[in-house]
Design a protein around this ligand. Sequence first.
Ligand code: ZN
Length: 358
Amino acid sequence: MYKNSKNVGHYLFGNGAINQLEQTLNETCPMKEGHVVYFIDHYFQDSELVKNLPITDFDKVLYVDSRSEITTDLIDTFTAELRSEPLPKALIGIGGGSALDTAKAVSNLLTNEGKAADYQGWDLVRNPGVYKIGIPTLSGTGAEASRTCVMMNFEKNLKLGMNSHHTIYDQLIMDPSLTKTVPRDQYFYTGMDTYIHCIESLAGNYRHSVGDAFSRESLALAREVFLSDEMMSEENRSKIMIASYLGGCAIANSFVGLIHPFSAGLSVVLDIHHCEANCMVMDVMEEFYPTEVAEFKQMLNKQEVELTKNVCSSLTDEQYTRLYESTIIHEIPLKNALGENFKDILTKEKIIEIFKRM
Ligand code: ZN
């Protein structure tokens, strides 16, 4: 059986594209009446960006705290608030992965009953969500293009998204001028997310020719950006925004590998942000991705970014066990990387030994 694939329906790309939000909404939103709900990264509170948005008195603005990973509880809280009001005509997510994923998750829950945790998994969302527009202000996670919205579920010790065609944005506005003020470290870690998605999917057992093509181009752009002298030049900010979008399209057609499950462990147990956690894992994965890890270290040096070290060197036995459990639970990507018998290679001891090197 071949898998049916879907990518984002419409997208605008270019410096200043955000100024076309109102026009785009009028042209593309199927519901003409009703209000709009904005999910905006808290980083932009009181910013020029927000002041310039076409927000009317009927619209609602909700800020998403992106300092820690979004949780199923947070999504349920936002959803409960919006369920008590008339259904909005559109949701607009503006920010990095957290704000973009929040808008995706809430959109699904406004047209599907129950709680966020009910839809963590694959193809569980039954009805299309509320129309949604994504405007990324960070490049790399691919959240703008992917078919998932990753949430932490502390009750189940689980980090997993609603993987569904319904999760994909209806419209994107990609404006590289929005990434000008991102702190350098964060820009690097986030940009590397797309690099890591692509190397994982290209090294996997479950391949998709279209996904591979997206991955190859995304990787080529990420290499140009992070091996150049100035990763944040205007040209490079455009390139990495495209790489992020293509990486998200790639992952919509394929699976991640070993790095993301370990990274999920770091996020669940130590609350380390996704992209930084990925880089910490990448740094110790020579055994599985030798060429890519060497290249990653070269990029770190070139951009003079310092990784935090020794985050797992002295934890309690209980924490190591939780790290193991929140890694091994990701069977699909682990099978993609190592085959059906992945548990023969990734024993509990082996996983803890890898974590201890971070
Ligand atoms: Zn990722």
